[in-house]
Write a protein that binds this ligand. Structure first.
Ligand code: HEC
Length: 266
């Protein structure tokens, strides 16, 4: 019995280790993309590779921009009068927000940018964001909803601070919408809402979203994996336990006794 328990414990430990691995991979995925988007490597060697990767990303972004955005925003994002504004200085923040929320590319310069499915896969969005960001402007904000206060968030929200389509907005998009002020929404600079207050608002918005809406956390592609693993792990563990218990319940008495005497002789 003890051996069986040990085996069960080993299975569980193995499962937990796998889970941690999955979580660690999930965590390491985002920093790599952010590092590529904003080169801030500390070592000179790291800096050169980061810059190399960065310029390759910007080049890919430029190619995408020419084919999908230049008809309105101009060949080098300088804007076209009467069609679309210049993107010089809007920064990675605005590009990321408009692309992640599917607001760009617009089908026509006269329609209002509304939230839809993103038109590009995440890697192309990264490239376009890097290209637009290369003209300067605010970077993608870093949000920490867990550091925010739910009470503060609710109070600020009650003051009418933000009104984007909140159901699907990720914490990052909430922060971006606050800073950008897309369409009719007013924009709030750091003087009007501090970083801590933005954290609180992001936390509050997260709390009022449907519980089944995972919020997408950044690119949100790894969320379901650990969850699925937990389910499988628990199912496997309980099946194993049930099998073991059934096994215990109908022992071949003679065999058991023989085992015991055998063990006593050793
Ligand atoms: C059909 C024309 C059109 C196309 C194509 C288009 N845009 Fe736009 N874009 C606009 C217009 C018009 C606005 C201004 C919208 C507004 O202010 O409500 C805009 C605004 C933006 C903004 C916000 C600028 C700001 O001041 O904050 C960004 C970022 C942007 N576009 C990026 C892109 C990118 C990247 C693409 C290509 C994937 C693209 N757009 C394709 C017409 C277009």
């Amino acid at each position: 019995m003890r051996r069986r328990l040990t085996a069960l414990a080993a299975v569980l430990c193995g499962g937990l280790a796998l889970l941690q691995l999955a979580a660690a991979q999930g965590n390491s995925q985002r920093p790599t993309t952010t590092a590529a988007a904003a080169p801030s490597a500390s070592s000179p060697a790291g800096a050169t590779t980061a810059t190399g990767a960065q310029s390759a990303l910007v080049a890919r972004g430029h190619a995408l921009f020419v084919s999908s955005c230049a008809s309105c925003h101009g060949m080098s994002a300088q804007g076209i009068r009467g069609r679309a504004p210049s993107l010089h200085g809007v920064g990675a923040m605005a590009a990321d927000f408009y692309l992640q929320t599917g607001r760009m590319p617009l089908p026509s310069p006269r329609v209002q940018p509304l939230r839809t499915k993103p038109a590009f896969p995440p890697r192309q969005i990264d490239a376009l964001v890097a290209y637009v960001g290369s003209f300067g402007g605010p970077p993608i904000p870093v949000v920490h909803p867990s550091r925010g206060s739910l009470a503060d968030g609710q109070r600020l929200f009650g003051l009418g601070a933000i009104v984007p389509s909140l159901n699907r907005a990720t914490p990052r998009q909430v922060a971006q919408a606050i800073r950008i002020g897309p369409y009719v929404m007013p924009r709030f600079g750091a003087g009007e809402l501090s970083e801590g207050q933005v954290d609180s608002l992001a936390r509050y918005v997260q709390s009022i979203q449907h519980p089944d809406n995972r919020g997408g956390w950044g690119l949100g592609r790894i969320g379901p994996i650990p969850e699925g693993m937990v389910a499988w792990l628990l199912a496997a563990a309980s099946l194993l336990l049930i099998a073991r218990l059934i096994g215990e319940r109908m022992p071949d008495q003679r065999d058991e006794r023989a085992e015991r005497t055998g063990a006593a002789h050793e």
